[in-house]
Design a protein around this ligand. Structure first.
Ligand SMILES: [Zn+2]
Ligand SMILES: [Zn+2]
Length: 135
């Protein structure tokens, strides 16, 4: 289980391995983010910003996805366009394979490897707007 986010102090991206009772602090600048009370109840209340709303996102490597598409486009003249449906399919397979992660609306922390509750929904723009000013 990991929590990842951009540290508000040093602005670096950091990923922490999580255990109960752990003080969450930035591995780069040691800025303390919060305390991990219980892994089981993490989606009751964000351990970092105490926000109660999370959304589900695919842990999808967009750079990789775009690279696959780019290869498909480059091969269009050679394959008479057949490369496009093939890369679209590969992209779809990649997308399906990747795990879900939960993201906190307010602080943007990404929670990987946690059991995500069923009621979590994909990102909803109106809720996102509400939390924009905290980011
Ligand atoms: Zn930091
Ligand atoms: Zn949060």
């Amino acid at each position: 289980m990991t929590i990842s986010r951009f540290c508000p102090q040093c602005k670096k991206y950091a990923r922490l391995n999580i255990s109960n009772g752990q003080v969450l602090s930035c591995p780069h600048c040691q800025n303390q983010w919060g305390t991990m009370e219980s892994k089981e109840n993490v989606f009751e209340r964000c351990p970092i910003c105490t926000c109660r709303q999370f959304y589900i996102d695919k842990d999808f490597n967009q750079v990789l996805g775009l690279a696959v598409i780019a290869v498909g486009i480059v091969l269009v003249p050679k394959t008479y366009g057949l490369s496009l449906p093939v890369v679209a399919f590969i992209d779809w397979m990649l997308y399906r394979k990747v795990a879900n992660m939960a993201v906190c609306y307010r602080c943007g922390s990404e929670f990987r490897g946690f059991a995500t509750p069923n009621q979590l929904k994909p990102f909803m723009h109106p809720i996102g707007l509400k939390y924009d000013r905290y980011r």
